[in-house]
Each structure stands twice: as structure tokens, then as C-alpha cells.
Ligand binder design. Structure first.
Ligand SMILES: CC(C)(COP(=O)(O)OP(=O)(O)OC[C@H]1O[C@@H](n2cnc3c(N)ncnc32)[C@H](O)[C@@H]1OP(=O)(O)O)[C@@H](O)C(=O)NCCC(=O)NCCS
Length: 338
């Protein structure tokens, strides 16, 4: 068995990667949205700003037995590496996972990473069952659960229009000193600095459990690179911000990513500046962004979101909107000597 680094131009190898991820999704987490085949090549070719994505496969006689997908930031979080590791269900318990894990430790050392995070799925109360093979495998290898993020989904057809209207009116009344601006695609020049300022707060403000991710600076260049990447990857960015009336200071921000040809979309960050909390701005920007989504992306059926289990404020807003828990994405971490 060889462990190989995938060349993003090798479409045949990436087709096999897609097939393996899709097989595991369909058998172990069928409620989750599938990922389109072309997204894998695009993610390798256009990673998030200041980072690299890599895919390694474990191959025997031309067949992919297992794989790992790595995310390596290079700037503020150059000590960190995040990984998805998976083995074909028909080839488990014969050392493939261990071989990939051992290669991962070598790679982490080569790249001077001291914080290694591997993801595993877990069941949540009221949700479908999930295998615990990943958790057991990682715990035996010195990893501990460091962050528990609950994935929730919202079917747009299930939103009660009367409830939505009542929430909208309440939020508008509580936020009378603010106004909303929505757009799809690139940030207008006039909000670039303000968006960068509020997005720079993200890693300092969201609960991250015991995961050591440090605040990063989001400047105009970062925002433009992220937009270039979304366009190259066929992802539409649907954004609503709240600004102070008159002053136009950006004080709240929410973002949904829609993927070309897909009915499932991803709710990304929602953040309200700590100096402007308590005015229902989190609920207001999310409601406004859902309106944008429905107006411009009529084929979309479902929105997905993930929040740390102790992020009470965001979870309360999602409950009001009708999101329901599906499962958990657990970050298992291991510290390495650097
Ligand atoms: C977790 C996962 C990657 C493990 O892959 P795997 O190829 O089965 O891993 P290995 O075969 O190296 O090790 C699994 C167990 O089989 C045992 N094993 C290895 N070779 C064996 C053999 N020939 N006969 C019997 N058992 C064997 C190992 O000792 C290990 O047991 P341990 O964890 O108690 O030490 C796999 O179950 C998987 O893909 N799960 C779904 C994805 C997932 O959860 N990923 C996130 C976490 S990694």
C-alpha cells in the first residue's frame, strides 16, 4: 500500500476521492448533504486565504482504500493542522487508518504543527445514530475531544410565515438605531474596512472549546482573496450586514454560501460586535439574509449550520428560526512537540 499526495489536476484520482467520501456519507451519515465531485479539485486549487489544502490517498492495486484531507493555515495559525481521515468500509481493521495516522504525524512534524485536530461525527439527542469507530480510534491514539459543534438544518418549507413575521417585527423594533445592507457576491468598497474589522473578531468571539485557534486579521486583501476563491469554486456569497444609522459603522454580519447546482446551502459566520449586542441584531441579519436567499435562489430547500454546543446565544436564535439538530462534528485534538 502506498500513501500518495493527490495532484489537483489528476481528475481520475479526485473522482475516486469523491466516490469514497460519498460512499461513507451515504452509509454512515446519510442525512448530511452530499458534496459535488468538482468541489474537491476546486478546494485544492483555491484554498482559503493564507492556507493550503492537501489530499493524500492510501492506494493498493489502483484502488483507494482510505484518505486524509488536510487544511494547513500559514499565517496567524501556522501551529495548527486540521484533518479528515476516512477508510473504505470494506477495508477497515487491517491497518489502513493507522498507516494514514502515522503519515499524518510525520507531516505535522515536517510542517512544524503543534496542534493537530482530526474531525469525527457523533450522535446528538433526538438525532440519527452515528458509528463511534472514529472516536475510539482517535482516543486510543492520544487525541481528546476539544470542541463539540452541533450541526443543524432548517428546511425552508417548514418555516411558519406568521412566526417569521412576528420575529421580524420584534427584531426591527429592537434595532431601530441600525439599518441593514444585503448583497450577493463582492463586498461594496464602502463596507470593506468595516467588514474586515468585524470579521477579525471571529476567532476571539466564537466559542472554540479547547481548540487553540488564534484571532486572525481580516483586511481588504483577505476579503478580496476569499471572494475570488468563492467565485472560482462556484460558490455564491449571500451577505447581510447591520450598520449604525448615520455613522455607517458595520456592527453585525451574516453570510450564507450557496453551491452551484445544489439545493443545500451553508450558513457560515454570524457575528454581532460586542458593543452592539442586545438589540436582536443577530436574529435580524439572519432573517434578512434568509429573505435574500429565497428571493435569489428559489431552488434552495435546506440551510445547514454548525455551532459549538455552548454557544447559547446563537443556538437560541437558530431554535427560534426552526433549525433542528442532526449530529455533532467533534474536533479531536492532540498536541505535538514543536
Ligand atoms: C476510524 C477509521 C479511520 C479507522 O480506519 P481503519 O483502517 O479501520 O484503522 P486500522 O485498521 O488502522 O485500526 C482500527 C482498529 O483495527 C485494528 N486492526 C488493525 N489491523 C487489524 C487486523 N489485521 N485484524 C484485526 N484488527 C486489526 C487496529 O488495531 C485498530 O484497533 P485499535 O483502534 O483498538 O488499535 C475508520 O473506521 C473510518 O474511516 N471511520 C469513519 C470515518 C471517521 O470516523 N473518521 C474520523 C476519525 S479518524
Amino acid at each position: 500500500m502506498d500513501i500518495r499526495l493527490i495532484d489537483p489536476a489528476d481528475r481520475d484520482a479526485l473522482r475516486q476521492v469523491h466516490e469514497l467520501f460519498e460512499l461513507i456519507r451515504a452509509t454512515e451519515t446519510p442525512e448530511l448533504a452530499s458534496v459535488a465531485e468538482q468541489q474537491y479539485a476546486r478546494s485544492l486549487e483555491h484554498p482559503p486565504p493564507d492556507s493550503e489544502c492537501r489530499c493524500y490517498t492510501a492506494v493498493e492495486d489502483g484502488a483507494v482504500l482510505g484518505l486524509m484531507w488536510l487544511y494547513l493555515p500559514f499565517k496567524e495559525n501556522a501551529h495548527y493542522a486540521e484533518v479528515e481521515l476516512a477508510v473504505h468500509p470494506a477495508h477497515r481493521r487491517r491497518g489502513v487508518g493507522t498507516a494514514l495516522h502515522d503519515r499524518l504525524l510525520e507531516l505535522a512534524r515536517d510542517e512544524a504543527r503543534s496542534e493537530l485536530v482530526v474531525m469525527a461525527r457523533a450522535a446528538v439527542e433526538g438525532g440519527p445514530s452515528r458509528p463511534d469507530t472514529g472516536a475510539k480510534f482517535l482516543e486510543k491514539r492520544g487525541f481528546t475531544a476539544a470542541l463539540n459543534e452541533i450541526d443543524r438544518s432548517l428546511r425552508l418549507a417548514d418555516i411558519d410565515p406568521e412566526v417569521e413575521e412576528r420575529l421580524w417585527q420584534e427584531a426591527v423594533a429592537a434595532a431601530e438605531d441600525y439599518e441593514l445592507v444585503s448583497w450577493i457576491g463582492r463586498c461594496p468598497e464602502e463596507y470593506l474596512e468595516g467588514l474586515g474589522r468585524i470579521d477579525s473578531m471571529i476567532f476571539a468571539e466564537i466559542p472554540l472549546g479547547d481548540v487553540d485557534l488564534r484571532p486572525r486579521t481580516v483586511d481588504a486583501a483577505f476579503i478580496r482573496t476569499r471572494e475570488d476563491r468563492a467565485e472560482a469554486n462556484g460558490n455564491a456569497m449571500i451577505r447581510t450586514i447591520a450598520v449604525t444609522k448615520g455613522g455607517k459603522e458595520v456592527v453585525a454580519n451574516t453570510l450564507i454560501y450557496a453551491h452551484e447546482g445544489q439545493a443545500d446551502v451553508d450558513q457560515a459566520i454570524t457575528i454581532v460586535d460586542p458593543a452592539h449586542r442586545g438589540h436582536r441584531l443577530g436574529l435580524l441579519v439572519k432573517l434578512a439574509n434568509l429573505r435574500e436567499l429565497r428571493e435569489h435562489f428559489g431552488h434552495v430547500t435546506t440551510v445547514w449550520t454548525g455551532n459549538a454546543d455552548d454557544n447559547a446565544n446563537m443556538v437560541a436564535i437558530n431554535d427560534l428560526l426552526g433549525y433542528r439538530p442532526v449530529d455533532a462534528r467533534v474536533s479531536y485534538k492532540r498536541r505535538l512537540e514543536s
